[in-house]
Design a protein around this ligand. Structure first.
Ligand code: SF4
Ligand code: SF4
Length: 171
């Protein structure tokens, strides 16, 4: 648990839009989230969802941690699971988060848009541009990040390459 806190409090990838576009919550959590100021949209099965980046995230920390929805408290990415199981050390898990940040920074050298914005366009029809080489590098960068996040941070059914049209977290 201490190890998890040391990892998650300085990560936030499952809250800032890097892994998911929306968070689906169960009906029982809706009133509480609404009262806390989260804008909810009705979706399937009487559930609700809200967009990421989550408005309750400050820096890399959840500001409503004790009141966060069940979907969030249930979510444990593969890296966190491996850490909890003793399969990797904390510094290895933290290095993975740092690698993602470095990949984002590298992408920003080629395009001012965020990874989240670029990924949305990439999912529609890959990225296009006048400069063929620059465009190819950008698409390669997005795909590299997608694969890294799929491998270390998204669970099976949430992976981009498993279902590119549905980047949604649900319980
Ligand atoms: S992506 Fe994983 S390591 Fe990062 S905050 Fe979420 S659960 Fe924790
Ligand atoms: S409610 Fe908290 S844990 Fe859930 S997505 Fe928002 S910041 Fe993350």
């Amino acid at each position: 648990m201490v190890l998890a806190a040391g990892l998650c409090a300085n990560c936030g990838l499952c809250c800032d839009g890097s892994l998911f576009g929306t968070v689906e919550i169960v009906e029982e959590d809706a009133d509480r989230l609404h009262d806390l100021g989260v804008v909810l949209t009705p979706c399937e099965d009487d559930n609700y969802d809200f967009d990421q980046p989550c408005p309750m995230l400050k820096g890399t920390r959840c500001t409503i941690y004790a009141q966060r929805p069940e979907t969030c408290s249930d979510f444990r990415c593969p890296t966190l699971r491996e850490l909890d199981a003793g399969e990797i050390a904390l510094d290895v898990a933290q290095a993975r988060v740092a690698t993602v940040r470095a990949m984002f920074a590298d992408l920003a050298k080629h395009d001012p848009r965020s990874y989240q914005q670029l990924r949305a366009q990439w999912a529609d029809d890959r990225l296009a541009g006048a400069d063929a080489m620059a465009t190819a590098l950008l698409n390669l960068g997005i795909e590299s990040i997608n694969r890294y996040l799929d491998r270390h941070f998204r669970r099976g059914e949430e992976r981009v390459y498993a279902d590119p049209d549905d980047l949604k977290i649900s319980s």
